[in-house]
Design a protein around this ligand. Structure first.
Ligand SMILES: O=P(O)(O)OC[C@H]1O[C@H](O)[C@H](O)[C@@H](O)[C@@H]1O
Length: 528
């Protein structure tokens, strides 16, 4: 295509949202009109599905749940007045709480102000809050946030060590929709112990964000925690940033949550338009479908050219991959769907893996996120008449062009600034694109059956560990791995038993392994 023709194609396919100042450019995806026409019937169905979903249909059939994250930013759309009221009240409760924490009306027992937050949660109960904190937290926030998003002892130690004596002024948010996920439970127990070790009454610092009646909710209620906020069963973890899960930590950091909700609402309005060319989420879904042949054959590489958007790709990883990565479609057919997502930021990644993107295996399409405003205030010149921001812009445009020249497609999303409205809009844009794409490829975007398999397998390992230790207590002599596995009654699990014992041995948990570590079959084990 000549550059003139490309310029025309750019204008033909450019989407612009005047209220948000957001541009979406899919002109560098090489689909043709025939392809677009062939997808039209699928889009007609996707738009209809979306209307039903927003009206409260059971859009997540496996879990028999409604899917209502869009109501969070426009509560009047909720299917019943009770739901509308619940959303409005929770929002008011969040604002009042954040305000009281900021003014010191709510304060730690022996101090006048809370200064820090530990946010404990994983998956959808961490990725949104982390992305938004990185993108929007002011340079000097009223409360500084720290995250525990794993069951990693060293990770927990690091957060606690960094806070040190400041635990006395640190608020703890325990976020878990189900209230039963092991990682946040472990984090909560360890953090609670750290408070107790400093003679601090944990309940006076602790806030629960969870489904009403969950295990976590019951603990928080019985121990009389500082506050409890409700998470609803009709909001999925990966679309929960604009529920209490994301709004409580954001409001506490002084982020304008109303603006975030407004930006999302504006984008929701724009992505409700049942017309492909005038709907940015539909355009994204079209581009994804084209690129991966409707089968996820190409990966989505997300490159925001702005440091504060660093965690956007990690956020999108869960949103896209947990929603679309499915073995079965809605008719029960085996389809192995999904789109792999990765990326960090530009131009940094140009000095890392963009070499492969430009010349290596062509198994991806890029999404470049451009922020038009460089910074607030004047920029110094780094060359005559040239600023750092000009360089960043040049790197983005150069990469887009270099990729295209080598038959690598890209999408460009441009926003005027990183602010609460545009971040809300970006989240809403991708939520809707995922919903529409799921309809195009006929999968349930709102369940995650595969995650359960890993959780169950982990529980089996922990149970095996208990059984192994019980057997070892009754043994007088050291046993080989196979002898032990036989006595435990888990001959098939000998390798898992060896690995459990190696872990316990390394951590001085009373298990002694003797023999040649390079030859696991030669080892014997006893309790020291
Ligand atoms: O918020 P929670 O109930 O603790 O769940 C946290 C996360 O864990 C699960 O394994 C799911 O796969 C995620 O979708 C969810 O966001």
């Amino acid at each position: 295509m000549t550059s003139r023709a490309l310029w025309q194609r750019y204008q033909d396919w450019l989407y612009f949202h005047p209220g948000l100042g957001l541009y979406l450019d899919i002109s560098r995806m090489r689909f043709d009109d025939a392809f677009v026409a062939s997808l039209q019937p699928k889009f007609d169905k996707a738009f209809t599905d979306m209307v039903k979903l927003e009206k409260g249909a059971i859009a997540n059939p496996d879990e028999n749940r409604m899917v209502g994250h869009y109501w969070l930013r426009n509560p009047d759309l909720a299917p019943t007045p009770e739901l509308t009221q619940e959303i409005v009240q929770t929002l008011e409760q969040i604002e009042a709480f954040a305000d009281q924490v900021h003014t010191g009306a709510i304060h730690p027992p022996k101090e006048s102000r809370f200064t820090d937050i530990i946010s404990i949660g994983i998956g959808g109960s961490a990725l949104g809050p982390q992305f938004v904190a990185e993108a929007l937290s002011p340079d000097l926030p009223p409360l500084q946030i720290h995250f525990i998003d794993n069951s990693d002892p060293t990770g927990i130690d690091r957060v606690l060590a960094q806070l040190g004596n400041k635990l006395a002024t640190t608020l703890v948010l325990v976020i878990s929709k189900s209230g039963g996920t092991p990682e946040p439970r472990n984090g909560m127990i360890e953090v609670k112990q750290a408070y107790t070790a400093q003679n601090l009454d944990f309940a006076k610092y602790a806030v629960a964000i969870t489904g009403p009646g969950s295990n976590l909710d019951q603990v928080a209620k019985s121990e009389n925690w500082l506050a409890r906020f409700s998470m609803y069963d009709w909001v999925g973890g990966r679309t929960s940033e604009m529920s209490a899960v994301g709004l409580v930590p954001a409001a506490l950091q002084g982020i304008d949550i109303r603006a975030m909700l407004d930006g999302a609402k504006e984008m929701d309005d724009a992505t409700r338009v049942p017309n492909l060319k005038n709907n940015p989420a539909a355009l994204l879904a079209l581009a994804w479908y084209f690129s991966g042949n409707g089968k996820g054959e190409k990966d989505m590489v997300v490159l925001p050219y702005k440091d504060s958007l660093l965690l956007f790709s990690r956020y999108l990883q869960q949103l896209v991959m947990e929603s679309l990565g499915k073995e079965k479609d809605l008719d029960g057919k085996t389809v192995y769907q999904g789109i792999a997502v990765y990326g960090n930021k530009g131009s940094t990644d140009q000095h890392a893996y963009v070499q492969q993107l430009r010349e290596g295996v062509p198994n991806f399409f890029a999404t470049l996120i451009e922020v038009l405003e460089d910074r607030q205030g004047k920029s110094p010149e780094v060359d005559p008449g040239v600023t750092s921001g000009d360089y960043l812009c040049g790197f983005l445009l150069g990469t887009r062009q270099a990729l295209y020249e080598n038959n690598r497609d890209s999408i460009t999303v441009s926003i005027p600034q990183v602010n609460a409205r545009t971040v809300g809009a970006l989240i809403a844009l991708y939520e809707r694109a995922v919903g529409l794409y799921a309809s195009l490829v006929n999968v349930n975007a709102y369940h995650q059956p595969g995650v359960e398999a890993g959780k169950k397998a982990a529980a089996v390992i922990l149970d095996l560990q208990k059984r192994v230790l019980e057997v070892l207590k009754t043994q007088k002599k050291a046993l080989s791995m196979t002898e032990l596995a036989d006595i435990v009654g888990a001959a098939e699990e000998v390798e898992a038993i060896y690995k459990i014992l190696r872990h316990l041995h390394t951590n001085n948990r009373g298990v002694v392994l003797t023999g040649d570590l390079a030859k696991p079959g030669s080892l014997t084990v006893s309790l020291g």
